[in-house]
Design a protein around this ligand. Structure first.
Ligand SMILES: CC(C)(COP(=O)(O)OP(=O)(O)OC[C@H]1O[C@@H](n2cnc3c(N)ncnc32)[C@H](O)[C@@H]1OP(=O)(O)O)[C@@H](O)C(=O)NCCC(=O)NCCS
Length: 147
């Protein structure tokens, strides 16, 4: 399977979206299927997803980007990001592990210093910094912004 298309998620895919997000181990909160864009294969089966998630009225986050392992490396995530950006107001924020920073920079996102982050992201960044140092992981959390 090398071809895929993008379309809005359906209510019947709500559970699968949750399962994919759990499988890949990213933020499992705020997974309302109505906001999701999905990538599907030629049998209309979901192979990846992403969403624009609002926090209050003034913060919008590119979130829940996930692709099943067997479908990675074929541009599915890039296509989802491009489509979400095409339909998104600015500014747009995201959180990612530092290894994905260069991927998002190609779309114009830039990493924010702690002082530049909205309070919502400062709180998460503080918690993530603590957990990361406790786990002594190599990755750190980036909060990025697209103007
Ligand atoms: C990250 C993820 C969505 C990428 O999906 P994908 O469909 O394989 O990505 P693409 O094929 O569109 O590749 C996009 C680019 O990201 C790079 N990339 C993919 N995964 C990466 C990783 N873990 N670390 C660094 N770079 C990565 C690819 O090399 C590619 O680079 P290129 O544009 O220079 O060719 C997928 O690996 C995934 O679901 N990971 C687990 C969940 C996750 O981390 N989500 C991101 C939350 S911010």
């Amino acid at each position: 399977m090398n071809t895929f298309t993008l379309r809005p998620a359906r209510e019947s895919e709500s559970r699968q979206i949750r399962e994919l997000i759990h499988l890949v181990g990213i933020n499992p909160t705020g997974l309302d299927w109505r906001r999701f864009l999905v990538a599907v294969n030629d049998r209309d089966e979901m192979i990846g997803c992403g969403q624009l998630k609002p926090h209050g009225t003034d913060i919008l986050e590119l979130a829940s980007l996930a692709v099943y392992p067997e479908h990675r490396g074929k541009g599915v995530a890039r296509a989802i990001v491009e489509r979400l950006l095409a339909n998104s107001p600015r500014p747009l924020y995201l959180m990612c592990e530092s290894s994905l920073g260069s991927f998002y920079e190609k779309f114009g996102f830039r990493a924010l210093s702690y002082e530049e982050m909205p309070r919502y992201f400062q709180r998460i960044a503080s918690l993530a910094g603590l957990l990361t140092s406790l786990a002594q992981r190599q990755q750190r959390l980036l909060v990025m912004k697209l103007q």
